[in-house]
Ligand binder design. Structure first.
Ligand SMILES: *Cc1c(COP(=O)(O)O)cnc(C)c1O
Length: 355
């Protein structure tokens, strides 16, 4: 008997972050300073062939740009339509009867649905337990261990020791360890070069956040050549649009040195925002990324986020955050935007500032 869709799709939901347009959108951690000028220039100079012809099969120009930036071989690099696509393809390549993915919770909300849609089970270990003993992530023999570094939504720079511990504790031919470095540019720390010569370690990166190219849908990942090849097979050819790959390559090469120029003011804004949230007793978590998670002013995150939406400000609510309970995640942007946000916050919740 056949049926459509597959029965386990009953448990898969269409992604809906309840994100209606707002005046000031601080809900998705994109770059509020703008977009990479080199990428924009490449799109503006698009030719007929860029659109009329098929792109490179496997986005080699982008792979080469990544290889040159990190001084690794092109065979170590794979790409995708966003790093979401890289994760999705990786999970598909990891599938097997009963296979599961483990991670320390809370973490990136897309991991669970991507696992489910690829027929993998998930196993969440609490953050505190993983911190005491990272080897708990290996329990039950996962096919994949996912680590987000810095972690979304907490902003925590996940300890490098977790990774080294896992690499030592796992068996030969053990699980693939994925390090999601979507926010690594803001933390100034990367494990890309480790991944290029360490078996079964994959570092995933995106051009959606620091590079300001979320609309392009371009991501990449680095592993040993056999890991990268498995993901290339799973993702398939022609998946990254040619113009997107060319524009992303320009951003990755960063010839104008634009990236450091936006990261410096972002870190400055982050420090100031953190101080302002502390002064309102909202207990911001220390962040290594371009967002801050703080306590929900009334203790009810979803209602608080809705109240801010009413006045045109978008933030993302979270529940079950260690040390915080219910929280709001706020994207860090240029200081005038942060002042606008703080003003809306104070007026909506009658907050008083303690200096
Ligand atoms: C935003 C984000 C991504 C997704 O990036 P895309 O390249 O836009 O798909 C991946 N991982 C984490 C942790 C993110 O926050």
């Amino acid at each position: 008997m056949t049926s459509f869709p597959r029965p386990d799709y009953d448990a898969v939901r269409r992604y809906d972050p309840e994100r209606a347009p707002v005046r000031l959108d601080l809900s998705d951690n994109t770059n509020l300073w703008g977009t990479h000028p080199g990428a924009l220039e490449r799109i503006r100079s698009a030719s007929v062939d860029d659109l009329a012809r098929y792109p490179e099969l496997y986005a080699d120009e982008l792979r080469r740009a990544v290889a040159e930036r990190f001084d690794i071989s092109i065979e170590s690099v794979t790409t995708g339509a966003g790093s979401d696509d890289v994760l999705d393809s990786t999970f598909r390549a990891a599938w097997g009867p009963g296979a599961h993915i483990s991670y320390a919770a809370p973490t990136f909300s897309m991991v669970e649905p991507f696992a489910r849609m690829n027929g993998l089970k998930t196993r969440a270990v609490s953050w505190a337990a993983a911190d005491r003993d990272p080897a708990l992530l290996l329990q039950g023999g996962p096919a994949v261990v996912y680590i987000c570094r810095p972690n979304n939504p907490t902003g925590h720079l996940t300890p490098r020791e977790w990774v080294t511990h896992l690499l030592e504790a796992r068996e030969v031919n053990g699980p693939l360890i994925i390090i999601d470095e979507a926010y690594a540019d803001f933390a100034g720390e990367t494990m890309v070069r480790d991944a290029s010569n360490m078996p079964n370690l994959l570092v995933a990166r995106t051009t959606s956040k620091a590079c300001g190219l979320a609309g392009l849908r371009c991501g990449f990942a680095v592993g040993t050549p056999d890991v990268a090849l498995a993901i290339e097979k799973s993702r398939g050819p022609y998946k990254v649009s040619g113009l997107a790959a060319a524009a992303a390559a320009a951003a990755v090469r960063d010839e104008e040195g634009w990236l450091p120029d936006i990261i410096a003011p972002c870190l400055e804004s982050r420090t100031r925002l953190s101080e302002e949230l502390t002064a309102r007793n909202l207990r911001p978590l220390p962040s290594a990324a371009n967002f801050i998670l703080c306590a929900a002013p009334t203790g009810a995150a979803r209602a608080d986020a809705l109240a801010l939406r009413e006045v045109g400000v978008g933030v993302r609510p979270f529940t079950g955050i260690p040390e915080l309970g219910e929280g709001l995640r706020v994207t860090v942007g240029p200081w005038p935007m942060m002042e606008d946000f703080l003003d809306a916050l104070d007026r909506t919740f009658n907050l008083t500032v303690v200096s």
